[in-house]
Each structure stands twice: as structure tokens, then as C-alpha cells.
Design a protein around this ligand. Sequence first.
Ligand code: PLP
Length: 471
Amino acid sequence: MQQADWTADEMRRHGAAAIEWVAEYLEKIRDYPVAPRVKPGELAAAIPAEAPADGEPMEAILADFEKTVLPAVNHWNHPRFHGYFSVSASGPGIVGELLSAALNVNGMLWMSCPAAVELELAVTRWLRGWLGLPEGFFGMIHDTASISTLHAIGAARAAADPDLREEGAKPGMVVYTSEHAHSSVEKACMALGLGRRHVRKIGVDAEYRMRPDLLERAVAEDRKAGLRPFCVVSTVGTTSVTSVDPVKEIQAVASREGLWHHIDAAYGGAAAMLEENRWMLEGAGEADSLVMNPHKWLFTPIDCSAFFCRRPEALREAYSLTPAYLASREDPKAVHLMDYRIALGSRFRALKLWFVMRHFGYRKVCGIIREHIQWARELAEEMRAHELFEVAAPVTMSLVCFRLKAGDAATRAVMEKVNGSGEAFLSGNVLDGRFVARIAIGNIKTTREDVWRTWAAVRQAAEEAVKGGAV
Ligand code: PLP
């Protein structure tokens, strides 16, 4: 029989080449244009229509990776990638990911890999501590916040309706969230068959925070109409402006009304770990569930979403189902994560998070995040002082939303010019009916100088547009 996989020597050779490539890529990342200059379909057209019948040498594949794939990469790991939410894979996270691929275990059952299960429980316990959540929260890791939130709302519905498991869903179950909540909340409701008509988008105050009085009123109206309110989702760090919903007041409404309270702290959870930001999660200890994404602002490679739930029995009610081939008879203390989630198999995501948390430690992580927040504030000050710009929303975390006083077209033109230059990457949004550009600071390699280079590029694009009469 011919040799199927690599020998140890081949692994050493190709692995070393790949690690060398990674080290050089990260060292020289500032030399790359942040955003690619390709057109839709360009990469797809460059790839042969069919896979090779006979294999090719690694050298040829790596060469093609550089020649064909890399030019179509938007470099999220670039220190001046400021679009969406700026995220990054740190060194220890990348190494953790590599080892996890090498082990290739499946953490569905305790028995299927005790290390994957128990490290997942241990590392979420660590993170729970960093977030200041009480012990009662049971933690696990999903791929994304969208999936964590889907699990939360699904469990909330199971907890609200004891017949759900056998009889299926009742109509008229209602979920509440703010008009600035992430679309993943509504998507989860769609996927669960609740219907978009039963998602109430509660109004916000002048700082884009959900108004508990409007929440309370909406719940009362729905009850009066014979509907079944069962869940509220608040956000700590909204996608549009990183506003922080008043968790404690929302929790009070949830407790009074018997609603499951899920907190989407996918991004803002990282900011809330800082001592000075503890107010952001005040009251969260009484909530039912919370999601925080280490793959956003905790320097862990995507995907890694930590999901905490104070009512794990509701997760079991919603998601456990054990076919005979998976029934296990070991010690009842063994935890089987498949009982708490939809997916059977799961990657060893805890390993990379363990590497990151352990290697950097709480103090260093907080120090980096604190600097990002400080630079965002300084940048916003610069913008406020500049005659062409205005800051569109309070800077609560490390996101600066801005627009040009000249209007939407000018803001969009400046964003596109900066992105086209390769110097930095920003993304856009619509806030209060007007276009805004976003500069998010969250990459572990970003320095103050990077932020100032981005600001220089933005300023230059705006000043040129004015000079050229485009604005
Ligand atoms: N919640 C918030 C507040 C977000 O900003 C995002 C994405 O940016 C999500 C949820 C969805 O995250 P994911 O891509 O992990 O599903």
C-alpha cells in the first residue's frame, strides 16, 4: 500500500515552511494593502474548475496561495483593519489553533475526549471570573455569537413551554430586544420559527440604550393582546455604536415579567472585564444567559464564542437527545456537552483560548483593551476639533462612528478612498438615517501610531475631497 499521509519528516519540512510564512506575514503585515484590490469572481475564475486527479507538491500549492489567494484576502489581522469590529489572532491563539488541528478531537461526549470537554468547562470558568459573573453560570464554547444566541432563545422557549419538546411550538411567543440589537437576535427568532412579527424592537434613549420603560409597556400590551412574552435580549456593546443597555433595569423587568434575560456581550464583554467598566455588566449576575466572543476583542482566532447559562437544565430540555450509540455509562459526574447544544461534534476551541488567557493573563489583556479605548477617545477628540468632521455617537468602547459635515455622499467617498488606498480599512453603517463610517480599534498589534496613520489618511481624503470640489 502506498503511503497516505506525510511522514514525520515531511510534516517537519512543510510545517516549518508554514510557520516561517506565518512569522514573516505577521512581521511584515503593515506592508500589505489592508483591503484587497480584486473584483467579484476574480479569484473563483483563477481556480481550476475541477480538483486535480493527481496530487500536487506542497511547494506549488503554497506558491499559488501567495499568488492567487493572498491578493484576495482582506487582512483582518492588519493593525489598521478598523472595519466592522476589529479583531485579531494573537501568537498564542494561532499556536493553540494549530495544536487543536493536530489533535483533531471531537468534544461531543466526555468519553470522546475528556480534555476537550474539561478544558472547555475550565476555560469558560476562567472567563466567567474575568467577566465578574457569579459561579452559577455554566459555560461552553460555540462557534459564533449568532449560534450562542440561538441556543439562548431556544432554551428560553423550552423553559417557558413545558410541552414544547413533545408537542412543538405554540404560536404568539414574543421576544424583545432593542432597535440597535444585532441582526443575529432576529435571525435566531426566524430560525426558531417564532416569526419576525413576534420580535419587538424596543426604542432607545439619546445614547442608543434600550429603554426599560418602553420594554415594560410593550410586554404589557402583548399580554393584553393574548400573546406570550418569554425572552428579552439586551446588548452590552451594540454593533452600531457600542452602546450599553441598562442591564440591571432590564433584569428588573425580566424578573417581574418572568422573561428569560439573555445578554449579548459578544463584543462589549471584553471592555466590561476592565475594573473601571464593571458597571457595564451590573445586574448580569441575575440574567439567564450571556454571550461573549473571545474571537472579537480577546485576541483569539475566529471562531470562539463563549456562552454562559445559569439554567443549564433548560439547555438540556431543549437540546438533549441521546441515540443508543452515544449512550455512556461512565461516572455521572462526566459532562457531555452534546446534551447542551444542537451540534453533536465540536472542535477543541478551548485550547486556543486557554493559550491566550494563560499566556497574556488578565492584567496584560486589560492593559491592551484599555489602550484601545483611550486611543478611540483621543481620535474622537481630534475629529470633534476638525472643521470637516463630526462624531456621530458617544465613544463608549473603542469604536468611533463619524461622518463628514458635508453629508452622506462625502462620508462614503472618504471611506471608499481610504479603503482603496490600502492604508486602512473602515466600514460603513446607517445611523439615524444617515451614513456613518466606523473606525474600530481592537487588533492586538495596533499601536497609537497606527491609529494616527489611519486618522491622517481619513483627514487627507476629506481635505482632498474638499479641495477637489467633490464635497
Ligand atoms: N452580537 C454583536 C453585538 C455583534 O457585534 C456581532 C457581530 O459583530 C454578533 C452578535 C454576531 O457575531 P458572530 O459573527 O459571532 O455570530
